[in-house]
Write a protein that binds this ligand. Structure first.
Ligand code: PRX
Length: 648
């Protein structure tokens, strides 16, 4: 039904757009037929110390996958995000910070951003950080998070930002994987009126990270925290000792910029590595065109800098464009469900970018919260992180956008660096629930699960990409084999996204969700294998299998089947204990929604757990379990169904 619903770009959107419908077609065609020429031209948006002459050098051929863009170019990203704007916009606000507590805010001009980042860069240098070193950042949503990232970029250090909701164990794993010797954190964070013990989490993590020699602590709430002599230093004290200016380090386009850990279908989270030149071309171009960003616009992306959305669309893309980017420390529901809309009105936000899970939660609170705010400044709304159901899309359009603002649904991933499939608001008509058409240089293909290319326009299958784009990840940090086997082995010659999709008769893409063992819970990626290994680490658990099930607000919830050790009784108290255990092992985002004690799990005769069946049972879909005759013990399934039904 929703496929019939089409929203043409408004006259206003058409008038202001950077790219018209005709230009989109022509530019897209060129980007695919002549990527070298197209990207040589687009690369001019960046200030290069040495302009690239070699544009594209990429191969998706397994096992020789290699991706290089602009490989002889030299640049510095922090200079592109800050220094080059100073002649025209030293006094323009670069970052608006809105604190968790209403009434707390800050306006950071480009001049101040320059001063702060230079100083931060010199503090890092004084702590011994050199080009190529990895620096772990575990900070709340405060301006220092952006300063720290840009300071690393300024001196050529590689940052690894960890979302401030991760547990000490998760922090330790990430620090050890990339061998960072320096960690930047704060005393505490604030979210929804509560304090988060960041320094304490780092202290606990550091019991397991022999390589860390220095912790730089930013004063945020000002509450007392333990400081270890010889290891921990206060940022403010160190900043007072260093010079004000730090020249930007010349970086090769393919020098690493950052590592960001993300969950896959197997094993530990992978360190997704992005490099310098292609990433900044990609994020700045996509930010400008998909948001139709113009001088003077106030732009707000509600993501956390701990995720790729915060990297690409709070910090790097917008600042490379000389934009004013709003950074929000809090949550949509604090102090009440009108917080987002108050902030939009207060700072006169023109472009607002959030996640479907937030929209659904606010829908649940009722339309009155948004309805009482006119928000005349708003012009464009964006969505990211998971498929947006047409109902949520329409609610967003109606109650937030007042049927005046366009909505862009942007499909992309940590691995892709920036937008891949998205409407350009003045060029591409939208359909609620569809990410619409590919961005320049992106060639999506639909394959059958067995790998057959679906050539007809109307198709359904797995979503792969045929050729490289500049923002693509280059490798898994320290494990190129894993990079190749995860993304290029199953469907040879293509990048495999892990998502399923449908393509309609107009060539529009509709993402249907992950086809692998990755869950998308409130827009956060969680590997079922990670939750399973956390559960089986508990002494009372013999075996665990984790699947997703539909959840009204979160998109997907985490459903855990747990087989207990012989003699252990499963009761509500143990469920709570296991839930807390997983929170402690991974972090609150991985907290199980439902736990079912299962005397046995459905397995094939060779011992493989039949997840397909577990998914169906979790979804209460008992009618289509498929063939269970290959199970070692078909009675197990009856048992699972009975347990599932008993819980209602
Ligand atoms: O399943 C897709 C979903 O989020 C996954 C990527 O997650 P992550 O790397 O954490 O990055 C999230 C922010 C870019 C994808 O594989 N996803 C993201 N955006 C959309 C989406 N699914 C449908 N529609 C989207 N717009």
């Amino acid at each position: 039904m929703s496929e019939q619903l089409v929203f043409e770009p408004s006259a206003e959107a058409k008038a202001r757009t950077w790219v018209t419908a005709e230009q989109y077609e022509a530019m897209y065609a060129q980007s695919v037929s002549d990527p070298e020429g197209f990207w040589a031209e687009q690369a001019k948006r960046i200030d290069w110390i040495k302009a690239p002459t070699k544009i594209k050098n990429t191969s998706f051929e397994f096992p020789n996958v290699s991706i290089k863009w602009f490989e002889d170019g030299v640049l510095n990203i922090s200079a592109n995000c800050i220094d080059r704007h100073l002649p025209q916009r030293a006094d323009q606000v670069a970052l608006i910070w809105e604190g968790d507590t209403p009434g707390t805010q800050d306006h950071i001009t480009y001049q101040r951003l320059y001063d702060e980042v230079n100083r931060f860069a010199n503090v890092l240098k004084a702590q011994g950080v050199k080009k190529g070193d990895r620096v772990t950042i575990y900070l709340p949503m405060i301006p220092a998070a952006a300063y720290a990232m840009l300071a690393c970029a300024r001196i050529g250090a590689v940052h690894s930002v960890i979302f401030a909701g991760f547990s000490p164990d998760s922090i330790a794993g990430r620090i050890n994987d990339c061998e960072s010797a320096v960690v930047i954190t704060a005393d505490e964070g604030r979210r929804g009126g509560k304090a988060i013990a960041l320094k304490k989490n780092v202290d606990d993590a550091l019991a397991k990270t022999p390589g860390v020699t220095r912790v730089v602590v930013v004063k945020n709430t000002g509450n007392a925290v333990a400081m270890q002599d010889g290891r921990d230093v206060w940022y403010e004290a160190e900043a007072a000792k260093v010079p004000a200016e730090c020249p930007p380090e010349p970086m090769n386009a393919e020098d690493p910029l950052f590592i960001l850990y993300t969950s896959g279908s197997t094993g530990k989270p992978k360190g997704v590595l992005h490099t310098t030149g292609g990433y900044i071309v990609w994020t700045s171009l996509t930010h400008q065109l998909a948001f139709d960003y113009r001088e003077g616009d106030i732009y707000w992306c509600t993501a956390d800098v701990g995720w790729v959305t915060g990297h690409s669309y709070i910090v790097y893309g917008p600042l490379a464009n000389g934009a004013t980017s709003l950074m929000f420390e809090g949550v949509p529901s604090y102090p009440d469900a009108s917080r987002f809309w108050q902030v939009v009105e207060k700072h006169k936000v023109n472009i607002f970018y959030t996640a479907p899970t937030a929209i659904r939660a606010l829908m649940g609170a009722g339309p009155q919260w948004a309805d009482k705010h006119e928000m005349p400044s708003l012009r464009l709304l964006g969505s990211v992180g998971e498929p947006i159901n047409p109902e949520a899309w329409m609610w967003y359009y109606k109650h937030v956008g007042k049927e005046r603002c366009g909505v862009i649904d942007t499909w992309w991933q940590t691995e892709t660096g920036g937008f891949m499939i998205t409407p350009l608001p003045g060029a591409i008509p939208t359909k609620p629930g569809s990410a619409t058409k590919p961005f320049f240089g992106v060639q999506p293909v639909v394959l059958s699960p067995e790998g057959r290319l679906q050539e007809q326009t109307k198709a359904e299958g797995v979503l792969c990409i045929k050729d490289s784009w500049p923002g693509q990840m280059r490798t898994v940090y320290g494990d190129h084999e894993r990079f190749m086997s995860t993304y290029f082995q199953q469907y040879q010659g293509y990048y495999f996204s892990g998502d399923g999709c449908r393509r309609d008769e107009d060539g529009y893409y509709w993402i249907t969700g992950r086809v692998d063992d990755v869950l998308n819970v409130s827009g956060h990626r969680i590997g079922t294998a990670e939750v399973e290994s956390a559960l089986v680490a508990h002494p009372k658990v013999a075996e665990a299998a984790v699947v997703g099930y539909p959840h009204d607000i979160k998109g997907q919830g985490i459903y855990c089947y747990v087989t207990l050790m012989t003699g252990v009784e499963g009761d509500e108290a143990l469920k709570t204990e296991l839930r807390n255990w997983v929170r402690k092992e991974i972090g609150p985002i991985a907290s199980p929604d439902l736990i079912q004690f299962a005397p046995g799990l459905p397995k094939t005769r060779s011992g493989k757990i039949m997840r397909r069946i577990l998914r169906k049972v979790a979804e209460n879909d008992f009618g289509s379990l498929g063939d269970t005759s290959t199970l070692a013990d078909p009675a197990v399934v009856e048992d699972l169904i009975e347990h599932r039904q008993n819980r209602g």
